[in-house]
Ligand binder design. Sequence first.
Ligand SMILES: CC(C)(COP(=O)(O)OP(=O)(O)OC[C@H]1O[C@@H](n2cnc3c(N)ncnc32)[C@H](O)[C@@H]1OP(=O)(O)O)[C@@H](O)C(=O)NCCC(=O)NCCS
Length: 199
Amino acid sequence: MTLSIIIDGGLSIPKCGRNPLRWLWFRWGRYLAVRHRGVRVHRTCRIHPEARINPRGGQLTIGARTRIAPGACIQGPVTIGEDCTVQIYSVIVAVRGGPITIGNDVHIAPHVMMIAANHKFVDTDIPIGKQGIEAAPITIEDDVWVAGRVMITAGVRIGRGSVIGAGAVVTKDIPPWSVAVGVPARVIRTRKAQQSDNA
Ligand SMILES: CC(C)(COP(=O)(O)OP(=O)(O)OC[C@H]1O[C@@H](n2cnc3c(N)ncnc32)[C@H](O)[C@@H]1OP(=O)(O)O)[C@@H](O)C(=O)NCCC(=O)NCCS
């Protein structure tokens, strides 16, 4: 851990500039991801070796220039586009029947959680953990900012250009260009309207 902090400069997101040691360190992080069958990571990605990336038997793809921070956990059939960031301790877990698709220019702040499945709990005679899961896809369109500690539940689509405020729990689709906050998340305004007001 200490060695890692010395090499990565203590930064929360992989950045190597002209530092060859850091470049190698993030190449090592990329190798740790692509050693799993079904993982494709663009060569320009910066993956911190302390990220946990595992396709769980599915296909996991990360696009060009995307950066994955230490402590991020990305598992299952997940597609992440280009120029995205996944910050420290964010958890993105997809399952069979519940893929997660993240577009381009999407920024995921620290401690965000998105899990594309729920435990079933209909039967009170069987322990919840033995009833199986219900999967549903999560989709985040291009140019979205998901702020710190947001939770996104299974089956949700977040429309292009949206901002999800810190701590929100998103249980329903969010239309494009929205600013949504709260538990459960509600749209408080649209960015398009604000742009035309300011014009
Ligand atoms: C959502 C956010 C971007 C502000 O957006 P905004 O459109 O400028 O919103 P405003 O500050 O004008 O607030 C509008 C209303 O929403 C409320 N609000 C703002 N952010 C909120 C949040 N995260 N949760 C609940 N309510 C929130 C405000 O209190 C205000 O309520 P009011 O009208 O009753 O006074 C900001 O509050 C936020 O959550 N930032 C994220 C910080 C973060 O996680 N940073 C990580 C960086 S990667």
